[in-house]
Design a protein around this ligand. Structure first.
Ligand SMILES: Nc1ncnc2c1ncn2[C@@H]1O[C@H](COP(=O)(O)OP(=O)(O)OP(=O)(O)O)[C@@H](O)[C@H]1O
Length: 491
C-alpha cells in the first residue's frame, strides 16, 4: 500500500472496530510513511474518525494490530502514542474554553511547570502561531471562549505542532480548515507541506477534496468501514475521488441545476445593518432569496446572523427588521447546536414542537415520522433514530442540525458556516434542497468559509472589520473579487 522506498512510520493491519451493529472499521489496512502526507477521504460515517482513534490510542481495536517504527504495539494507549510523537487535532475542538491560550498549551506539555511556566507556555504557542499563521492576531493570554471558532481552530492546530519533551512524528488533522477562511487555510496547508518536507508525517482528513488533492502525497478512500482505494495523489482527480467515495450521479445532476436556477423575488424578509457599519449599507433579503455572507473569518458575519436571530423575537426593531419566523443552523455544533443527552429524533424535532404536539404532550410517533423523513432526504447514517445524537459521526450530527432547521416552519433560515464536516455527496444534496426551498419562498442567509458555496447565492455581502464592504450579484462573483473586497477599507 505504501509508496515504494518510503520508510513506514505506522501501520494498521486488518483493523476491526464495531459499535453494536455498526462495523465502523471492517478489516482495514492502512499505513503512513515518514515524510508523507496521507489524505484520508470518505463519506460521513465511512470510518475515518474511528481509524484516527485507533492511531491515537483513544480507542482499542476489536481485531487486528498496530505496528509503529517496526514494533508491534500490543497494548497501545494514548500515553504510548504521545511518547512516540503522535498528535491529533480532532474535528470537535478540545480546548478548555475558560482557560487562556497559554494555559491550554500547558495541558499538552506537563513539563512546563515551576516558576515562569506561564511565560514559557505563552512563548511556545506564540512562536508556533507566528510560524503557521503570521497574521493571526491572537494573544497567548486571550481566553479561549472569547475567540472566534476560526481562531480556536488555529490555536488547536498550532498547539498540536508545539514540541517540548516528547518528539513530534505524526500529526493527524481531522477537518483542520473547516472554520478557516481561504487565506488562513492556505497558510496552514503550506505549513503542513513544510512539516512533511522536513521528515514529519501527516494524515489529512478533509471533505474539501481540492485541499487533499493538492497537499497529500497519497490518498486513501474509505467507504462503509473499508478502504476502497489507496493510490498516489497524482493518480486521482476530483471526479475519481467522488466516484470512489460513492457520490458520482448526484454531482452531475446538481451541477446542471445550478445553471437553470432563476426565481422571482418576493416580500422583504430581513433588513439589517451591522452594529459597526458607519454608512447606510444594509443587508436586504427577500422571500425566495439566498443571501451569502463572505470575507475573512471573524469579520462580523456571525455577529450579524445572531443579531438577526435575536431580532426575530423582539418587538422593537432598530438596526434589524425581521418579518417572519427564523431558524438558525449554528456553526459550533458542540456548544450551540446539539443537545448531547437526547436522541437523534428529539434533536431533529425540537424546533417543530407545535406541529409534533398531541394534546398537551409531544407525540413520539409524529416525532419519529419527522426524523425518518429527514433521515431519508439527507441520508443521516444510523441504524436507529432513537440512538443518542453523539453516536453519529461528526458530519451526520451536522446533518441532524440541518434537518432541525429545514424541517421547522421557519421562513428564514440563518446558516453559520453550516457545512463543517459534511461530505461532498450530502453537501450537493443540501445545496439542491436549499435552492428548492428558496423557490418555494424560503429565505436563506448563509455565511460560508467555502467560496464554492457562494455560487448557490443570489447576492453576496462581503464583510471586513464588522462592516459590509461589498455587495456582489452571483454573476459578478469571483474568488479574486471576494479576496480583493476582504482587504478593502471599510466605508
Ligand atoms: N461512539 C459511537 N457509538 C456508536 N456508533 C459510533 C460511535 N462512533 C462512531 N460510530 C459509528 O461508526 C461509524 C463510523 O463513524 P466515524 O465517526 O468513524 O465516521 P467518519 O468517516 O469520521 O465520518 P465524518 O466524515 O462524518 O466525520 C458511523 O456509522 C458512526 O455512527
Amino acid at each position: 500500500m505504501l509508496a515504494d522506498n518510503r520508510n513506514t512510520f505506522i501501520k494498521l493491519h486488518d483493523a476491526e472496530k464495531h459499535f453494536g451493529a455498526v462495523r465502523a472499521l471492517d478489516g482495514v489496512d492502512f499505513a503512513v510513511g515518514r515524510g508523507e502526507c496521507v489524505g484520508l477521504v470518505g463519506h460521513n460515517g465511512a470510518g475515518k474518525s474511528t481509524l484516527v482513534h485507533m492511531v491515537v490510542g483513544t480507542m482499542q481495536l476489536d481485531r487486528g494490530g498496530i505496528v509503529i517504527s517496526d514494533i508491534a504495539e500490543d497494548n497501545y494507549t494514548v500515553g504510548r502514542g504521545k511518547n512516540l510523537g503522535i498528535r491529533c487535532v480532532f474535528q470537535e475542538l478540545s480546548l478548555c474554553p475558560n482557560l487562556s491560550v497559554a494555559e491550554n498549551t500547558r495541558i499538552n506539555h506537563p513539563s512546563l511547570r515551576g516558576f515562569g511556566w506561564h511565560r514559557r507556555a505563552a512563548a511556545l504557542i506564540g512562536a508556533k502561531l507566528d510560524e503557521i499563521f503570521p497574521d493571526h492576531g491572537i494573544d497567548a493570554s486571550d481566553i479561549v471562549s472569547d475567540l472566534s471558532l476560526g481562531r480556536r481552530q488555529m490555536v488547536e492546530v498550532a498547539r498540536a505542532f508545539t514540541v517540548s519533551e516528547n518528539p513530534l512524528n505524526l500529526v493527524i488533522l481531522d477537518e483542520p480548515t473547516s472554520s478557516l477562511d481561504a487565506h488562513t487555510a492556505g497558510q496552514l496547508l503550506a505549513f503542513v507541506r513544510r512539516f512533511v518536507a522536513g521528515g514529519g508525517s501527516c494524515i489529512l482528513i478533509s471533505h474539501v477534496l481540492g485541499e487533499v488533492l493538492q497537499n497529500a502525497d497519497r490518498i486513501v478512500v474509505m467507504r462503509d468501514g473499508k478502504v476502497v482505494a489507496a493510490d498516489s495523489a497524482k493518480a486521482f482527480d476530483r471526479d475519481r475521488l467522488v466516484a470512489t467515495m460513492g457520490g458520482a450521479e448526484r454531482r452531475e445532476k446538481v451541477t446542471a441545476e445550478v445553471q437553470a436556477d432563476e426565481m422571482a423575488v418576493g416580500a422583504l424578509r430581513v433588513r439589517a445593518r451591522a452594529a459597526r457599519q458607519r454608512d447606510g449599507t444594509e443587508l436586504i433579503a427577500h422571500a425566495g432569496e439566498i443571501i451569502g455572507l463572505a470575507g475573512l473569518a471573524g469579520h462580523g458575519q456571525t455577529d450579524l446572523l445572531l443579531d438577526i436571530y435575536r431580532a426575530a423575537s423582539r418587538r422593537r426593531k432598530t438596526r434589524v427588521e425581521v418579518t417572519a419566523p427564523v431558524a438558525l443552523v449554528a456553526g459550533d455544533r458542540q456548544s450551540d447546536g446539539i443537545f448531547p443527552q437526547w436522541s437523534i429524533a428529539k434533536n431533529i424535532g425540537i424546533r417543530s414542537l407545535s406541529r409534533l404536539r398531541k394534546g398537551l404532550l409531544i407525540s413520539a410517533k409524529k416525532e419519529a415520522e419527522l426524523a425518518q423523513v429527514w433521515q431519508k432526504r439527507i441520508n443521516i447514517r444510523t441504524p436507529d433514530l432513537n440512538n443518542n445524537i453523539l453516536s453519529l459521526s461528526g458530519g451526520n450530527q451536522q446533518k441532524a442540525l440541518f434537518a432541525r432547521a429545514l424541517g421547522s416552519d421557519a421562513d428564514i433560515i440563518l446558516m453559520d458556516d453550516p457545512m463543517r464536516g459534511v461530505d461532498i455527496g450530502t453537501k450537493l444534496e443540501v445545496y439542491e434542497l436549499i435552492r428548492q426551498e428558496a423557490r418555494k419562498g424560503r429565505t436563506f442567509v448563509w455565511y460560508t468559509t467555502e467560496t464554492e458555496e457562494l455560487d448557490n447565492c443570489d447576492h453576496i455581502y462581503v464583510f471586513k472589520g464588522g462592516h459590509i464592504v461589498a455587495n456582489l450579484r452571483r454573476e459578478e462573483l469571483t474568488e479574486e473579487k471576494i479576496i480583493q473586497s476582504s482587504f478593502e477599507e471599510a466605508r
